[in-house]
Design a protein around this ligand. Structure first.
Ligand code: FRU
Length: 506
C-alpha cells in the first residue's frame, strides 16, 4: 500500500514537473516577445515606418503601404513598404513596393483601383499616386522639389511599374506640395486629388490620372494653422442629415496636445469646391500619437481609417531596437449628431473580434475608492479591451500598472469636462523632453458616458462615447502593465463592465 502511494506520488510529481516545465516554456516564449513590439497592431518587421500610404481594397485583400526606411530605424530615404490583410487585423508584410528612383524618394500618397482602365494601365490596375521628393532640387531651394507621380500594378500589388511619363503633376513653385489622396467623384465622373499645399489643400481633377487640372483651394482662415498641412483625405459619409463630405487634414506641429495631429472639417464638395459647415477646429483623435491617418479606397460606403501611432516631436527618438513606428488599430469612421451638430466618430473595426480571447463581464460594479481587476486581467499580459458605462459623467481614473509602480492613468475630469491620459509615471519618458506626458480630449457627448480602451503592450487607445472623444498614446514601461485598477473620488457604479483578452497577431 505504501509502495503504491509512493509510486503514485512520484507519478504525480513527474506530471506536475512536466506541466510546470510546459508553463515555464510558455512564459519563456511570452518573454521572448520584443519589448514594445505591438502585439495586435501593425508594425514593420524591421526598419523605420511613418505614414500609412496607398490604402486600397481589392478582391478580398486590404493593401496597406507605408512610409518606410528599410535600412535604418530613423527617418531616411523613403520607400513604400507593403502589408496585406484579409480582415484588417492580421497583416502579412510583403516585399517593398516602391523604391526611390532618379526622380526622388517616395513620399506619401494614395492608391486607387482603376476599374474602367481610365489610365490605360489595364482594367482593375492598382494605381499609386505619390509624391516624388527630390533632395538635389531641394538643396537648390527653388521650392520645386516635390511633384506627383504614378506607379501601377496589374497583379494585385505584387509587382509595380513606375509610369514613364512621371511626374504627372509638376510643382508650380510651392515648397510643400505633397501627399496626393485620390478618389473617384461619381457625381462629376472624374478623379479628384486632394493635395497638401503648405497650410491649405488644393483640389485637382483628372479624367485619366495622368492629366490634372487645378480646381480650387481650401484652408485659408479656417481650422488649425500651427504647422504645415499634410496627408489630407476627402471622403463622403452618411448621416441623419444626408450625405456629407469630410475633409481630414493632418497638421504638424499644432496639434491639440503638441506636435502632430489630424483635424477634420465636415461640409460639402460639389466636384470643384469644398466648403466647411463649421468654423471650430475638430480633431479625429486628440491623442499625441495618431498622425497622417487616411482611409482605404474601394470599400464602398464603409470608410476605414488607419493612422501612424507616433508624433514627429519625438518620432525618431522613441525607444526602439530593430524597428521603429507602428499603426493605430483600423477604425470605422462615421458621423454622429450631438445636439444638432455633426461630429466624426471613430471606432475599432468589428473584425477585431477575430482575435478576441477570454472575456469577463460584470453587470454592475460599485466602486468605492478603488476596484482592483488585476487578478482578472493579468492573464491577458497587457493585451485587452476594457469597456464600461456610467449613467452620468463623473470623475474616475483607470490605472494600468505593473509591479514596478509604473502606471498609465486614463481618466475623466468633470471640472474641465475632459478625458485624459497621463503617462508621466509610465517608465521611460525622458528620451525627449517634449514627449507629451498628459494628453486631454474634450468630452463632446452629453449624459450617459461610455468608454472603451484598447490596451496593447505599448499603447492605449481610448474611445469614449462611441468614438466622439479619442485619445491614442504610446508608453514605454520597464515591464508590461498587466495590472488594472479603477478608482473614483466618489462612489461610482460601472455598468456593463467588460474585459476582453486580445490575442497576438504575430
Ligand atoms: C507626414 C509626412 C508627409 C510626407 C512624409 C514623408 O508625416 O511628412 O507629408 O509625405 O511624411 O515621409
Amino acid at each position: 500500500m505504501k509502495k503504491v502511494s509512493i509510486a503514485f506520488y512520484c507519478i504525480a510529481v513527474a506530471i506536475m514537473a512536466s506541466c510546470g516545465n510546459q508553463q515555464n516554456k510558455k512564459e519563456e516564449i511570452m518573454d521572448e516577445r520584443e519589448q514594445y513590439r505591438p502585439q495586435y497592431h501593425f508594425s514593420p518587421k524591421s526598419g523605420w515606418m511613418n505614414d500609412p500610404n496607398g490604402m486600397v481594397y481589392l478582391n478580398g485583400t486590404y493593401h496597406f503601404f507605408f512610409q518606410h526606411n528599410p535600412d535604418s530605424t530613423v527617418w531616411g530615404p523613403m520607400h513604400w513598404g507593403h502589408a496585406t490583410s484579409t480582415d484588417l487585423v492580421h497583416w502579412e508584410e510583403q516585399p517593398i513596393a516602391l523604391f526611390p528612383d532618379s526622380l526622388g524618394t517616395i513620399f506619401s500618397g494614395s492608391a486607387v483601383v482603376d476599374k474602367d482602365n481610365t489610365a490605360g494601365f489595364g482594367e482593375n490596375a492598382i494605381v499609386a499616386i505619390f509624391t516624388h521628393h527630390n533632395d538635389a532640387i531641394e538643396k537648390e531651394r527653388t521650392g520645386l522639389h516635390q511633384y506627383q507621380s504614378l506607379a501601377y500594378s496589374t497583379d494585385e500589388g505584387k509587382t509595380w511599374t513606375k509610369y514613364e511619363g512621371n511626374p504627372v503633376l509638376p510643382n508650380p513653385g510651392i515648397w510643400d506640395f505633397r501627399d496626393p489622396k485620390v478618389m473617384w467623384h461619381e457625381a462629376s465622373k472624374q478623379w479628384v486629388m486632394t493635395l497638401a499645399t503648405k497650410q491649405s489643400v488644393t483640389f485637382y481633377a483628372s479624367p485619366n490620372l495622368k492629366e490634372w487640372n487645378r480646381l480650387s483651394e481650401f484652408g485659408e482662415g479656417i481650422g488649425a494653422h500651427g504647422g504645415v498641412w499634410e496627408c489630407p483625405d476627402l471622403i463622403e459619409l452618411d448621416s441623419d442629415k444626408g450625405k456629407k463630405w469630410v475633409l481630414l487634414v493632418s497638421i504638424n506641429p499644432g496639434g491639440p496636445n503638441t506636435g502632430s495631429a489630424t483635424q477634420y472639417f465636415i461640409g460639402q464638395f460639389d466636384g470643384t469646391h469644398f466648403k466647411s459647415d463649421h468654423t471650430d477646429t475638430r480633431w479625429i483623435d486628440y491623442g499625441p500619437e495618431d498622425y497622417a491617418g487616411v482611409t482605404f479606397f474601394n470599400t464602398g460606403d464603409r470608410k476605414i481609417f488607419i493612422g501612424w501611432m507616433n508624433n514627429w516631436e519625438y518620432a525618431n527618438e522613441i525607444p526602439a531596437t530593430t524597428w521603429r513606428g507602428g499603426a493605430t488599430i483600423a477604425r470605422d469612421l462615421k458621423l454622429k449628431d450631438v445636439d444638432g451638430q455633426l461630429f466624426v466618430v471613430s471606432e475599432p473595426v468589428k473584425e477585431l473580434e477575430t482575435i478576441y480571447g477570454e472575456a469577463g463581464e460584470e453587470a454592475e460594479v460599485t466602486v468605492t475608492d478603488a476596484y482592483d481587476l488585476t487578478d482578472k486581467v493579468k492573464r491577458f499580459k497587457g493585451q485587452y479591451s476594457l469597456e464600461f458605462e456610467l449613467d452620468a459623467a463623473k470623475d474616475f481614473t483607470i490605472h494600468l500598472v505593473n509591479s514596478k509602480q509604473e502606471e498609465v492613468v486614463i481618466g475623466y475630469d468633470a471640472k474641465d469636462n475632459n478625458y485624459y491620459v497621463d503617462r508621466s509615471k509610465s517608465g521611460n519618458t525622458d528620451f525627449k523632453d517634449n514627449f507629451v506626458l498628459k494628453a486631454t480630449a474634450p468630452r463632446i457627448a452629453k449624459g450617459k458616458l461610455s468608454l472603451r480602451l484598447l490596451v496593447d503592450v505599448n499603447s492605449v487607445e481610448l474611445f469614449a462615447d462611441g468614438g466622439l472623444s479619442v485619445l491614442s498614446n504610446l508608453f514605454f514601461p520597464s515591464e508590461v502593465l498587466d495590472g488594472l485598477r479603477i478608482a473614483a473620488p466618489e462612489q461610482l457604479t460601472l455598468k456593463n463592465l467588460k474585459y476582453q483578452g486580445i490575442n497576438s497577431i504575430l
